[in-house]
Design a protein around this ligand. Structure first.
Ligand SMILES: Cc1cc2nc3c(=O)[nH]c(=O)nc-3n(C[C@H](O)[C@H](O)[C@H](O)COP(=O)(O)OP(=O)(O)OC[C@H]3O[C@@H](n4cnc5c(N)ncnc54)[C@H](O)[C@@H]3O)c2cc1C
Length: 308
């Protein structure tokens, strides 16, 4: 098809589409596919409809030399203004959730909020922190997502993954994930998380719902949920709350093009309507240099840049 998408990959996507097991779009505007609402066209965006279709597409990409990138809900990603040369494979259609006893086994694309709701319905506690995080299970395991004192490392028992080069499916126990602050072993490998098993504790359904609502209210009052963003732009610097440093440096409301430091939460960069990825990058570089000059603290971007 082009230098980045090879004929064999295209044929695999086509035949899965004909079987009703995948959808794809050519020249897909990535701004439509992410929470930041920023990004040019991907040569191809593909949505496998089942885990085997995801594995088949990844193996076809590897074997054919097609350039690809795996995305969940794209809520922690800044896509390039030039888009992506190759195929973005989105896991968002892979969202089966199975509750059994105290455990939940779910596919990688399952939205965290739906997982939290499924746990609440089964009177299982432990996922309240994840309610309102707009990511998928795979993305959350990948970066050990967390909030309000909870994080994935506290509830994950195991994950199943595909090694793209060998096509082999294996699993990791909790301890093997090497979890840390916004870190897991997956960040150092190219494996694809297919599913995960979470272990929760029995609780009171009403109390679990109350905690979820409390977390959601806190999000609504403190975070700029009314504007597109990718969540906290920067990681916490050791010993510091980055948003407090940005606020202290007087950067709330500071703008580059259409990208702005949120006046509600200094840790968020928002898209005021026409922001480009270049605006966001210029703004984050400005923030980093001001913080370093004022406090001598180096801050690192949490949001991942992808493309072209
Ligand atoms: C308004 C808002 C609030 C947020 N609040 C929080 C918060 O409280 N806490 C928090 O931790 N985060 C928060 N986030 C960030 C984001 O939602 C989380 O990081 C989430 O876990 C990312 O999941 P995702 O599916 O969107 O991943 P994506 O953004 O799609 O991908 C992120 C990374 O994970 C990789 N990845 C995704 N799926 C897989 C897979 N199946 N296998 C291998 N790699 C994979 C991708 O390749 C990419 O490198 C927030 C974001 C927004 C927009």
């Amino acid at each position: 098809m082009n230098d980045y998408i090879k004929a064999d990959f295209f044929a695999a996507a086509d035949s899965l589409k004909a079987e009703g097991r995948a959808e794809y779009e050519l020249s897909a505007p990535l701004s439509r596919c992410c929470t930041f609402r920023i990004g040019g066209p991907a040569d191809m965006a593909v949505w496998p409809g089942d885990i085997e279709a995801l594995s088949a597409l990844v193996c076809a990409a590897e074997n054919s030399g097609t350039r690809y990138f795996i995305c969940g809900s794209a809520s922690n990603i800044l896509f390039s203004d030039e888009g992506f040369r190759g195929a973005i494979i989105f896991t968002t259609k892979l969202k089966k959730i199975c509750v059994s006893g105290n455990t939940i086994h779910a596919e990688c694309g399952a939205p965290l909020s739906l997982l939290a709701m499924a746990a609440q319905r089964a009177s299982l506690s432990g996922l309240e922190f994840a309610y309102g995080i707009p990511g998928s299970l795979g993305g959350a395991v990948f970066m050990n997502a967390g909030a309000y004192g909870g994080e994935m490392s506290q509830i994950l028992i195991s994950s199943e993954y595909l090694s793209p080069k060998s096509g082999k499916i294996s699993s990791l126990s909790a301890a093997e994930h090497d979890f840390g602050y916004r870190h897991s072993l997956y960040m150092e490998r190219d494996d694809i998380i297919l599913s995960a098993v979470l272990e929760l504790v029995p609780g009171d359904g009403d109390e679990i719902q109350r905690k979820m609502d409390e977390n959601m209210d806190a999000r609504r009052s403190k975070q700029p949920l009314e504007s597109p963003s990718a969540g906290s732009m920067f990681k916490r610097a050791p010993g510091h709350f980055t948003s407090a440093l940005i606020d202290g440096a007087g950067l709330k409301g500071y703008k580059v093009g259409g990208a702005e430091v949120s006046s509600k939460h200094a840790g968020f960069v928002i898209n005021t309507g026409d922001a480009t990825a270049a605006d966001v990058i210029a703004l984050t570089e400005h923030i980093s240099s001001v913080i370093f000059e004022k406090y001598g603290v180096e801050i690192e971007r949490e949001v991942r840049t992808v493309g072209p």
